[in-house]
Design a protein around this ligand. Structure first.
Ligand code: XIL
Length: 367
């Protein structure tokens, strides 16, 4: 493919495509796209930025994937590279190579980076289980946040400071997951994490990220209530927080609770908090095998979700948890019983656009 066949609109507008060519030569640029608008968020005008979780190993080894990310993403978020497990092999060590590689890649290509995540119960190294006292937990959490956030100050303007704080069927905001942070520090870990991040980088947008808030059913409405209660209690105590992240791992087997989700978003708006869609994908385990039908159902579900959100609030960005079905976490937990590969993401495993891609693209361009 020559430069000429590259999306005209994209190419004229400039930066990212030019950067792609500068950094990676004039080889084939695959997965050119309508939302490969090369103007990145700063020059995005009215468009809602789109991004995806990326993997450093794949970016390094797989040129066509790297080019697709450059072509399609205004934002990236490291899928694992900023988690404790990757950064903190031992209590005394910080290992930044992989996260740095993603930040460098993004910078070279005019792409913004989100940070994920500082205080989570998951992906913690084994040694954190030995944190025995309140004082030690506080010291570890603060030291980690200070070290990581200050390293990327200016390079990572938004952070999922808190990830998945609530249990799956909470009774109230007090139903926190029994992470080492909640066990040693109680609910105060939320304040400590948010205040520390704000103190280190006062420009960073601080996000509390949660899942399972969009469906019909008792468990999900309990999650919505507890989340709202939690947000209100943080606000009442003047704890810094700018936004809620809706992960949006959508299950084709569940029903979106339009009223429930919109009521939650209305309350979030009333608290003056932004909304980010942070990890969108569609768990297609229970959908029919036939690919056209499946891709259509996946796209329709995402469309329904995005429209439901948009009727109440315009999200700051939409990110999917991966760009291509070539690299997705879904089969780790939600493998199909018929043995066919999962297809949860906007591009297929060959980096071709799927209907989900078009749904997101159309959504981005809403006024
Ligand atoms: C997942 C990654 O995709 C996997 O590669 C990793 O092994 C486990 O974590 N919600 C989150 C993400 O907030 O951090 C999770 O990412 C997916 C669910």
């Amino acid at each position: 493919m020559s430069i000429e066949t590259h999306s005209r609109r994209g190419f004229l507008a400039g930066t990212a495509s030019a950067a792609a060519l500068t950094v990676f030569g004039t080889g084939q640029l695959s997965a050119m796209s309508a939302f490969a608008t090369p103007s990145k968020p700063s020059a995005e005008g009215n468009f809602i930025p789109y991004g995806a979780a990326v993997r450093s190993d794949a970016l390094a080894a797989d040129q066509s994937y790297r080019e697709a990310v450059i072509a399609d993403c205004q934002l990236v978020v490291p899928e694992s590279e900023l988690k404790w497990l990757e950064l903190r092999p031992t209590p005394d060590q910080y290992r930044f190579e992989k996260a740095d590689a993603i930040v460098d890649f993004a910078r070279q290509n005019g792409i913004q980076v989100r940070g994920h995540t500082l205080a989570w119960y998951g992906a913690l190294p084994k040694w954190t289980e030995q944190i025995a006292t309140h004082a030690d937990a506080e010291r570890e959490l603060i030291d980690h946040i200070e070290t990581v956030v200050s390293r990327y100050k200016g390079a990572i303007p938004s952070w999922d400071v808190i990830n998945e704080p609530l249990v799956d069927w909470p009774e109230s905001a007090a139903s926190l997951r029994p992470s080492i942070w909640a066990k040693r520090l109680g609910p105060d870990y939320l304040r400590i994490a948010l205040e520390t991040t704000a103190a280190v980088d006062s420009d960073a947008r601080l996000v509390l990220n949660e899942y399972d808030v969009e469906y019909a059913g008792e468990r999900f409405s309990a999650k919505r209530s507890a989340l709202l209660q939690l947000l209100r209690s943080l606000r009442d105590r003047n704890v810094p927080l700018h936004a809620v992240g809706l992960q949006a791992h959508l299950f084709a087997s569940r029903t979106i609770d339009r009223d429930g989700l919109q009521a939650l978003l209305t309350e979030i708006k009333a608290l003056d908090l932004d909304v980010w869609i942070t990890e969108l994908d569609v768990i297609d385990r229970d959908l029919p095998g036939e690919i056209h039908e499946r891709d259509k159902l996946v796209a329709d579900l995402a469309d329904q979700f995005l429209q439901t959100v948009y009727e109440v609030v315009r999200p700051k960005a939409v990110l999917t948890w991966g760009l291509s079905d070539r690299y997705t976490w879904v089969p780790i937990y939600f493998k199909r019983r018929d043995g066919m590969p999962n297809r949860p993401l906007p591009l297929d495993a060959e980096l071709r656009r799927k209907p989900l891609f078009d749904v997101i693209d159309e959504f981005r361009h809403k006024a």
